[in-house]
Design a protein. Structure first.
Lengths: 165, 345
């Protein structure tokens, strides 16, 4: 895939009460934004376990958006602060593992902010496009000689068996 | 030797037991011997066919066995090279029950932290850069050597350390670095009596180290994380409340909270609890609840100052078994594995 036609896959975790409604509003108000984000509705940004983000990245997402109500406006009083702290811990860890900070983003959008959410989506997509594909599972690929090496062991053991039997 | 087991051997051949190590330190074997005189009951109940750490044994004798001939194999160590992968495949084929024994086989453990690097980087460091190394001709380990009789091969060193179940199918897991001797004995008893949990489960407790820890817990509100060398902690109060990064709240019970008992924070060697996919994620999630700040800049500062090595803190025992498994390759995103190094002596 060349850089010019790279369309990032982005998973978006949007909270039921604000940011998912902002996405709805963007739709009904015909606000155009990049179609790269696959939206998953969660009850609250505080529901977004770092596991969700890591799983998305490990399964092929190029970026992740977590969106919730503005600080102080959480439907569950303060769970978006928990999301904020998790996000900072996660980003600190991801950076140490070599994941560029621009791939994972925390966004606040109220139910009235369809325009802002659309802009946040566009900006995340543009940033991830610049970074290119993440392709995380390709980091796990093994040295090319792995299968050959396993064969050598079997052959050499078989030869040794012949001598001793 | 117990009477019952002794009389059973007179009539029927004893089931075979294999204990093997791959990328590991030998601590698991020491812990097995830590079951003390009960080891005689194990010897009475099983015929030990392979355990390179404590007795002589030949791989070719294992190769000659029928498939499934070994009743139980306790496999410790992670998979770091092709020889270890071969042994994992061989013992899987020859064993009815394969147990990932200890943290290395279960989730990668300390060898798995090498997954922050790849073979090229590890070899460059080990054979070129360390202060005690002088290697002007750049002699590096080669996997093939020509001799008059033909070509001999050494194992291939992998870029990424794998857990046992990333390599072959595993029946049970026994966590811990090392598994505590009483837990080993419980597992052996479960195997002997046939009272095993469903295949694929961890043989052990499903609570956390906090449940085994006798320290007083009040309110966890942390504004500053402390490294262990910075404070002498109060011996009565929860270590996390004192700012130490104690992993007890995310870690499976089983050790009896040994480290907190001696004023040292839990480092998470027993790994994640049931139904936790990623230990580090669970620990971060729990930690987010105790950081006492709602200000993003301040939160960032608390984390940066207090946790300089997040992978070593959150994934010390489980990087290879985590969702991401390793750090990004130096080759760059999506560049896959490094080529075999071509240095020749």
């Amino acid at each position: 895939m060349t850089e010019t036609n790279f369309e990032p896959k982005i998973v978006g975790f949007l909270c039921n009460w604000c940011s998912y409604r902002a996405a709805d509003l963007a739709g009904s108000a015909r606000i155009a934004h990049a179609p790269n984000v696959r939206i998953i509705r969660v009850m609250c940004s505080g529901r977004v376990d770092p596991t969700f983000v890591l799983k998305a990245l490990s399964l092929g997402a190029d970026g992740v958006m977590i969106a919730g109500c503005h600080p102080g406006e959480c439907h569950y009083v303060e769970q978006n602060y928990k999301a904020m702290r998790r996000y900072h811990l996660l980003k600190h860890t991801l950076l140490a593992m070599g994941v560029e900070p621009d791939r994972v983003r925390l966004v606040w959008a109220s139910a009235a902010e369809g325009q802002q959410l659309a802009e946040a989506v566009d900006s995340l997509v543009a940033d991830v496009k610049k970074l290119g594909p993440l392709g995380w599972s390709q980091n796990w690929e093994e040295n090319g000689e792995r299968l050959q090496a396993l064969e050598h062991i079997i052959n050499e053991h078989a030869e040794a068996m012949e001598v001793h039997s | 030797m117990s009477k019952n087991a002794g009389s059973a051997t007179a009539t029927a051949p004893k089931p075979k037991l294999a204990i093997y190590w791959a990328a590991s330190c030998g601590g698991c074997e020491i812990s097995i011997l830590g079951i003390d005189t009960k080891i005689l009951d194990v010897a009475a109940a099983f015929e030990l066919v392979l355990c390179p750490c404590i007795m002589d044994g030949k791989v070719r004798d294992i190769e000659k066995l029928d498939d499934g001939a070994i009743a139980v194999c306790l496999f410790n160590g992670s998979i770091r090279n092709s020889e270890q992968e071969y042994m994992a495949q061989l013992l899987r084929r020859k064993s009815k029950v394969l147990v990932a024994f200890g943290s290395c086989a279960h989730e990668g453990c300390i060898p798995g932290l090498a997954n922050l690097h790849d073979r090229e980087e590890i070899f460059t460091n080990s054979y070129q850069e360390t202060a005690s190394t002088e290697n002007p001709n750049k002699v590096w380990p080669q996997t093939a050597t020509q001799v008059p009789e033909g070509t001999l091969h050494l194992p291939v060193f992998y870029d990424t350390v794998k857990t046992l179940d990333q390599t072959v199918a595993v029946d049970y897991y026994l966590p811990g670095c090392p598994p505590e001797s009483p837990r080993i004995w419980e597992a052996i008893q479960a195997i002997l009596s046939g009272q095993l949990p469903p295949a694929g489960s961890v043989i052990g407790s499903d609570t956390t180290v906090c449940d085994e820890c006798g320290r007083k817990r009040n309110v966890k509100k942390i504004r500053e994380f402390k490294r262990t060398w910075e404070i002498i902690p109060d011996p009565e109060i929860c270590l996390l409340e004192q700012g130490l990064l104690c992993c007890g709240l995310a870690t499976r019970a089983g050790c009896g909270a040994l480290c907190p008992q001696v004023n040292s924070p839990c480092i998470g060697c027993y790994g994640p609890n049931n139904d936790v996919q990623d230990y580090g994620a669970r620990f971060m999630s729990a930690l987010a609840s105790v950081i006492d700040s709602d200000n993003p800049k301040e939160i960032d500062q608390i984390i940066r100052d207090g946790i300089p090595d997040p992978v070593g803190s959150f994934y010390r025992f489980c990087l290879a078994g985590s969702l991401l498994r390793r750090g990004k390759r130096s080759a760059g995103n999506g560049q896959g594995a490094t080529k075999q190094h071509q240095h020749v002596s």
